[in-house]
Design a protein around this ligand. Structure first.
Ligand code: FES
Length: 112
């Protein structure tokens, strides 16, 4: 009986983890257009900004205080390397932000 209970808890946890993943776009879903600086980027509904930028061939969307180019590293919201300016707001994590139609993403330089 305890074995069945543990198995059931494991399945429930697994389902929650799957449901919480935000960067997995739906195949054949709605496409959205957003802008990275002056470039129009097409993404799929549900895709993270980081995933959409990488799919478009863009690997750097922040230049740190030492002049190093930064992009996605962990892709799970832990490292903060993917910070960029989204709709005028600095320090938004691209890996945790879902693309929205008309969103404006800009390279963040230093702390701004
Ligand atoms: S890539 Fe690490 S927080 Fe976004």
């Amino acid at each position: 009986m305890a074995r069945n209970s543990q198995s059931l808890q494991g399945e429930t946890l697994g389902q929650e983890v799957k449901a919480s993943r935000r960067s997995l776009p739906r195949e054949g879903g709605v496409t959205l257009t957003f802008h990275f600086e002056d470039r129009a980027i097409t993404a799929r509904e549900g895709q993270s900004v980081a995933a959409a930028l990488i799919a478009a061939g863009i690997r750097s969307w922040r230049i740190d205080e030492s002049g190093h180019h930064k992009g996605a590293l962990c892709c799970i919201g832990y490292c903060f390397e993917c910070r960029c300016r989204i709709d005028g707001e600095a320090d938004r994590r691209a890996c945790l932000t879902e693309v929205q139609e008309g969103m404006r993403v800009e390279r963040q330089i230093g702390l701004r």
